[in-house]
Design a protein around this ligand. Structure first.
Ligand SMILES: C[S@@+](CC[C@H](N)C(=O)[O-])C[C@H]1O[C@@H](n2cnc3c(N)ncnc32)[C@H](O)[C@@H]1O
Length: 306
């Protein structure tokens, strides 16, 4: 009897579960069906109308298409009227030194004990290339980019004196040397390189033909360009990494008199990863110019295109 009662109870339970399951399944099926119908009957979003492809560039456009390298060209404005050579020094005195010579009353009494009477040593600064180029170009104006103690500038003074050529030499340098350079005395964090350079010029009695331009190469060359100062002979020997040389050589080229010569040191180094040679080669390639070499110097004579 008890057995019958238990069986009946189990059957009731099974029937409830079956009913629930069947209803749930039916609900889910209806819901899925509605979703599917809704999805299928949705209105599709408007497709953007496709623009017609641009016309192919003309031959003219292709010829003037900027390459990525064109982004690195120097395009700042330079004066359209180059100054005559005899106005170069007066212009620098006026614009850079407020109208008076930096050599006036130099060296001051407090400076004299701190600098040497003469200190000019620098590698490669007396190489034969200077005399050869000065003979070839007979420059009225030389600009040296990176002058240090003035060794090569004063060597050029000697050569021009020997050859009887009237030459004015501008020495553009920030006169900081390089970080860690300990040979020049420092006073309160200020290295006395400009003062030692000027003392060397005074020692060689060359204040009439050598003038420092104490600025970074970038800002200095930009100003020379703006003031209409050009050079017949231009030496690049400041920063030796690719970016520095690339900037210097491109700026310098803008202030080189047409047909002038631009040259620089350290073209051949044991491992040319710093970049002088790469920068010079790329510059010559882009401007269709020929590179000559003399010892460790590179030379570009703009009178001779490739
Ligand atoms: C190798 S020395 C020049 C030597 C000199 N041409 C000679 O032979 O006597 C390099 C000079 O470039 C200068 N220089 C380096 N980077 C410069 C920059 N960005 N602007 C101005 N001068 C810089 C340094 O102060 C240093 O005096």
């Amino acid at each position: 009897m008890r057995e019958d009662h238990r069986t009946q109870h189990q059957r009731n339970n099974l029937s409830i579960v079956t009913t629930l399951f069947t209803r749930t399944t039916a609900y889910i099926a209806v819901a899925l069906l509605s979703y599917a119908l809704g999805y299928l009957s949705r209105s599709s979003p408007p497709q953007p109308t496709q623009a017609p492809p641009p016309p192919p560039p003309s031959v003219f456009q292709l010829a003037n298409f900027p390459t990525q390298l064109d982004n690195f060209r120097i395009t700042a404005h330079c004066s359209n009227s180059p100054l005559p050579p005899h106005l170069v020094f007066p212009t620098i005195l006026d614009r850079v030194f407020n109208g008076s010579s930096p050599y006036t009353n130099f060296p001051s009494p407090h400076l004299s004990p701190l600098i040497k009477k003469k200190r000019t040593k620098s590698s490669g600064s007396m190489d034969a290339v200077f005399e050869q180029l000065i003979k070839r170009v007979k420059p009225k104006v030389v600009i040296e980019v990176g002058a240090f103690l003035g060794s090569s500038a004063l060597h050029m003074v000697n050569v021009t004196r020997k050859l009887g050529i009237q030459t004015q030499i501008l020495c553009l340098d920030d006169f900081r040397g390089r970080p860690g350079f300990k040979d020049i005395i420092m006073v309160n964090g200020d290295v006395l390189l400009l003062q030692q350079f000027m003392q060397n010029v005074v020692y060689f009695n060359a204040t009439d033909s050598v003038l420092p331009v104490p600025f970074s190469t970038g800002s200095g060359l930009e100003k020379l360009c703006e003031w209409g100062i050009t050079a017949d002979l231009l030496e690049i020997d400041a920063g030796h990494d690719f970016i520095s040389v690339w900037g210097d050589i491109n700026w310098a080229y803008r202030i080189l008199r047409p047909g002038g010569v631009i040259f620089g040191h350290d073209y051949f180094t044991s491992a040319d990863n710093r970049g002088i040679r790469r920068a010079v080669n790329l510059f010559a390639e882009m401007n269709n110019l020929k590179i000559q070499t003399d010892g460790n110097y590179w030379i570009i004579d703009t009178a001779f295109a490739k």
